[in-house]
Ligand binder design. Structure first.
Ligand SMILES: C[S@@+](CC[C@H](N)C(=O)[O-])C[C@H]1O[C@@H](n2cnc3c(N)ncnc32)[C@H](O)[C@@H]1O
Length: 411
C-alpha cells in the first residue's frame, strides 16, 4: 500500500450528498466552491492524488469518478490525463477490474460481510441520522470533506461483534464474552476478553484500524477531531494504526471510571496469593484523540472549515483531558440494552468539546445503540451514525429518542 503524507493533502470542496443535504449550511462554513482552474502540476501530483482516491475506494472506481475526485483535490485534471496515468502505472501500481474500473494493486481489505442483507436503512430523529450498513462500505459513498468530527467506540477483538459471537452472547453461552458473576444481587454486564488476543489477532486489529482510518480520512474536513474509545491493553495498537493512516495524534482523554478489568487474584491460587493482583485494577478508560491535519494555521482552518480545536467548557475553563464519569447508569441500560453502552453524561461533554465552534456534523461509525447520536441530539448538534447489526440498529431506533431526552444528574 502506498502511504502519502496527509500534511500536503489539499483541501477539497464539499460535494452534494443526498444523505447529508440538511447539513449544507454547517458543512459549508465560510467556504464557497470555486470553479476548477487548470494549473501546473508538480511531477507525480496527479498519480499521488489517484492513489489517495483509490486508497479510500478499495473496490475500485471508474475513470470519471477518479477524475472528479482528483480534480476536487488538486484542481482541474482532464479525464484523458487520469486515464493515461492509470494505464501507465498498471499493473505496477493499479489493477484494472471489470467494467472499466481501476483499484490499487494489492489493496486487499474487504469489509466483513454485513449482517444487513437488504439495502441500507436510514432512521432520522431530530438532527440525528442513523444508517444500517458496514461503515467501511458507507465511507466509500460519502463525499470528500463532509464530516467535522468523530466520536466512536469501536469493536476491539474484531470477533466480539461478529454474528457468531453475538449469537453466543444473546443466548447466554458467553464465547469471547466473559459474564462476570452477580454482585450484591446485581447482574453485571458481559465483557469481551481482550487478554486472549494472540499476536496474529493484534496484527489483524492493526490492519483493520489502518484500513478504517485510511478510508475515513478523505471524508473528514481538515482539522476534524477523531476520538476513539480504547482500553489500556490495546490502545497502542490502534494508536499506531491511526497514525500510520495519516491522522495526527493529539493526546488522550481519560474517562475516569471504575471498569471491571484487572485487580483479581491469581486464578485457582487466590488463597495462596491473597495479597496479589494479577493486573492493576483499571480505574480509567483511554479515549484516543486524533486530528486530520489542518489546512494552514489553526485560525485559517477554523474560519474555513469550522474545525481545528476544541470547544471550551466556559471562558475560564478550557476543554480538559480528564472527564470524571460514573459507570453507565441502570436507567440508561434499561433504555438501551447494548453490552458496550457508554453513559450520556460522559458522551455529552465529549461531543460538545469536539466541535470548536459548535457547528458541523459528528460521525459515530460504530453507533451501537446510538448513544453518541443521542448525546449530540441532547446538545443540539447534527450527527450521523452507522451500525451494521440489524438488532442493534433496531435497538438504536428506540433508544436514541429516549436517551437524548434523559435529564441527567452530574457524575
Ligand atoms: C463497542 S460497540 C459500540 C456501542 C456504543 N458505544 C453504545 O453506547 O451503544 C461497537 C458497535 O459497532 C458495530 N459494528 C462492528 N463492526 C461494524 C462495522 N464494520 N460497521 C458498522 N458497525 C459495526 C457493532 O455491531 C457494535 O454495535
Amino acid at each position: 500500500m502506498v502511504c502519502l503524507s496527509m500534511r500536503d493533502r489539499p483541501t477539497l470542496p464539499t460535494q452534494a450528498n443526498p444523505l447529508l443535504t440538511s447539513r449544507r449550511q454547517t458543512t459549508s462554513m465560510r467556504h464557497s466552491p470555486t470553479q476548477p482552474v487548470m494549473n501546473r502540476k508538480r511531477p507525480g501530483e496527479v498519480r499521488d492524488a489517484i492513489v489517495r482516491v483509490l486508497e479510500a475506494r478499495p473496490r475500485g472506481a471508474s475513470v470519471s469518478e477518479i477524475t472528479q475526485q482528483v480534480t476536487s483535490m488538486i484542481g482541474a485534471v482532464p479525464a484523458s490525463s487520469v486515464r493515461s496515468y492509470l494505464q501507465l502505472n498498471t499493473p505496477a501500481l493499479f489493477a484494472r477490474m471489470d467494467r472499466a474500473q481501476y483499484a490499487l494493486k494489492g489493496f486487499s481489505y474487504e469489509p466483513a460481510p454485513s449482517t444487513a442483507k437488504a439495502a441500507p436503512r436510514i432512521f432520522q430523529f431530530g438532527k440525528a441520522t442513523l444508517v444500517r450498513d458496514d461503515c467501511l462500505s458507507w465511507f466509500e459513498r460519502q463525499p470528500a470533506n463532509s464530516l467535522h468530527g468523530v466520536v466512536t467506540d469501536p469493536p476491539y477483538g474484531l470477533v466480539e461483534y461478529s454474528d457468531l459471537e453475538q449469537e453466543k452472547l444473546r443466548s447466554g453461552r458467553g464465547g469471547v464474552w466473559r459474564i462476570p458473576p452477580s454482585f450484591d444481587g446485581a447482574k453485571r454486564a458481559p465483557l469481551p476478553r481482550f487478554t486472549v488476543l494472540k499476536a496474529t489477532d493484534l496484527d489483524a486489529l492493526e490492519q483493520f484500524f489502518t484500513a478504517w482510518a485510511t478510508r475515513l480520512l478523505p471524508i473528514l474536513v481538515p482539522g476534524a477531531n477523531v476520538v476513539v474509545a480504547s482500553n489500556p491493553l490495546l490502545s497502542y495498537v490502534v494508536s499506531s494504526a491511526l497514525s500510520r493512516a495519516g491522522l495526527e495524534r493529539r493526546g488522550e482523554i481519560v474517562r475516569l471510571t471504575m471498569t471491571m478489568r484487572g485487580g483479581d487474584r491469581p486464578k485457582d491460587a487466590h488463597v495462596e496469593f491473597s495479597d496479589v493482583s494479577v493486573m492493576p485494577r483499571s480505574m480509567w478508560e483511554p479515549w484516543l484523540v486524533f486530528r486530520k491535519p489542518i489546512d494552514g494555521r489553526v485560525q485559517d482552518n477554523l474560519r474555513k472549515w469550522g474545525t481545528g480545536g476544541f470547544r471550551r467548557i466556559s471562558a475560564e475553563r478550557p476543554f480538559g483531558d480528564v472527564i470524571v464519569s460514573a459507570p453507565t447508569r441502570a436507567t440508561e441500560r434499561a433504555l438501551a440494552q447494548h453490552p458496550s453502552l457508554k453513559p450520556q453524561a460522559f458522551l455529552r461533554q465529549l461531543v460538545r468539546g469536539i466541535l470548536p465552534l459548535g457547528k458541523g456534523v459528528v460521525l459515530d461509525p460504530f453507533a451501537g445503540s446510538g448513544s453518541t447520536l443521542a448525546a449530540c441530539e441532547a446538545i443540539d448538534y447534527e450527527s450521523v451514525g452507522v451500525e451494521r447489526d440489524r438488532k442493534y440498529f433496531d435497538l438504536a431506533i428506540e433508544a436514541i429518542p429516549k436517551l437524548s431526552k434523559l435529564a441527567l444528574k452530574p457524575d
